[in-house]
Ligand binder design. Structure first.
Ligand SMILES: [Zn+2]
Length: 234
């Protein structure tokens, strides 16, 4: 992440975390100082230093449908990756290793949409992993295909289910309703894939690349297949 002037005593987690500042742009990242078995405990979210936040910011983690915490520690320097080394498990308020476990020197990362439903500013991901999603936003605006099979917190699963059922309702009752336009940030490959799928089912949708964007097919619409219903009704 971009540099940030810490207002807490550093290092906050000296036994487990090394914060590294590198490059001309002074980007920060975190490395593990410990060995942790798969799904083993790396650190806990403790209050303090954490405290409850009124709303989501760059320095918060979402811990429930409407609840956020301020990290107030070096844990803020754990970057996003599409193949993360850590899971932020907000149900147990623990940070645990991913399925590969952790070794000293491994970069500490987690998958931002696994906790965050809404993100003010989507960003381009350069994690370099084979499964990189390229554009990262809150889970609300991620195409469902890109979240499938990934570890997500319960509040994200619950919100995705609510989104899917509300979308099905909208498709059935408000013909042509575009909803919010978020698709401009979606990876092109996803849009193309979606365009192909929509092509056979929806004669009113302009399926020619950017035309699809301009009409504003939302990620909600595009995630309408979540419940296994592949028919798009207009
Ligand atoms: Zn990535």
């Amino acid at each position: 992440m971009a540099p940030l002037k810490p207002y807490w005593k550093q290092p906050s987690h000296p036994d487990v975390q090394d914060v590294v500042v590198s490059g001309a742009d002074f980007m920060t990242k975190s490395l593990s100082k410990v060995t942790v078995p798969p799904f083993g405990l790396f650190a806990k979210f403790e209050f303090p230093p954490c405290d409850v936040a009124d709303k989501a910011t760059y320095a918060t983690v979402q811990m429930g449908k409407d609840e956020h915490l301020n990290l107030n520690s070096d844990l803020l320097y754990i970057n996003h990756s599409c193949e993360p080394s850590l899971h932020f498990d907000m149900g147990s308020m623990r940070i645990v290793a991913g399925p590969k476990g952790l070794r000293p020197g491994d970069e500490l990362t987690f998958f931002y949409p696994s906790t965050e439903w809404d993100m003010a500013q989507p960003f381009d991901c350069f994690c370099g992993k084979p499964t990189c999603k390229r554009v990262i936003s809150g889970a609300k605006d991620m195409p469902f295909e890109l979240l499938k099979g990934l570890w997500l917190n319960d509040h994200i699963h619950d919100l995705l289910e609510e989104q899917a059922s509300s979308q099905q309702y909208q498709l059935g009752s408000v013909p042509g309703n575009d909803g919010g336009v978020r698709s401009a940030q979606l990876p092109e490959a996803v849009l193309n894939g979606r365009a192909e799928k929509l092509n056979g089912t929806d004669a009113n949708v302009d399926t020619q690349g950017l035309g699809l964007l301009r009409r504003g097919v939302t990620s909600r619409e595009m995630s309408g297949e979540m419940g296994g219903d592949t028919t798009v009704r207009v």
